[in-house]
Unconditional design. Structure first.
Length: 180
């Protein structure tokens, strides 16, 4: 069944169609929420919040973009709003080692390097962290990120450049031979 047909069924109250849409998109929404929060429990909670909000606003979905893009825009908003509240109460400390990777086909990464990179990304300002996570980790294009974040594509490219520059500066001691 096509996505527009599923959406129409969900709007008519079909819970099975809602579950099919959820199943089709929840893993990627979770991954994005996890990458943005660094906390698997929060990511699960924000995934649920994203779908509650999305199903509540599904009638407003115009289809100008892919449903996945619309869901990811909601995810970024849900996470950003919630993390402002969470940061007041506690520091994020979840290590990426504690989360089961979706695929581990690549070579093993030094745990110290992994932690330093994770901390460096976590410490980026939110607008840069979101952009670098979506582009370099999740594989979104600049066009997709710009659409999800509601900014110009040039702004997205500039933010990615700034994020990478900040990461290079923070992690410069790991590759001193490139410091010229």
């Amino acid at each position: 069944m096509s996505e527009p047909d599923l959406i129409a069924r969900v709007l008519n109250g079909d819970r099975i169609a809602a579950r099919e849409l959820y199943d089709a998109h929840s893993a990627r929404v979770f991954r994005l929420a996890f990458r943005l929060t660094g906390d698997a429990d929060l990511a699960r909670e924000f995934t649920q919040d994203t779908f509650v909000r999305a199903f509540g606003q599904l009638a407003k979905f115009r289809g100008d973009s892919a449903l996945s893009t619309w869901l990811h825009r909601i995810t970024v908003t849900v996470v950003a709003n919630a993390m402002r509240k969470v940061k007041r109460f506690r520091e994020r400390e979840t290590d990426l080692e504690d989360v089961h990777p979706i695929s581990s086909d690549g070579p093993a990464v030094d745990p110290v390097l992994r932690e330093r990179l994770h901390r460096a990304i976590t410490d980026l300002p939110e607008i840069y962290r979101t952009t670098v996570v979506m582009h370099d980790i999740e594989g979104y294009t600049h066009t997709e990120i710009a659409e999800v974040l509601g900014v110009a594509e040039g702004t997205c490219k500039s933010r990615l450049s700034q994020a990478r520059a900040q990461l290079r500066a923070v992690l410069a001691d790991l590759a001193p031979e490139f410091d010229s």
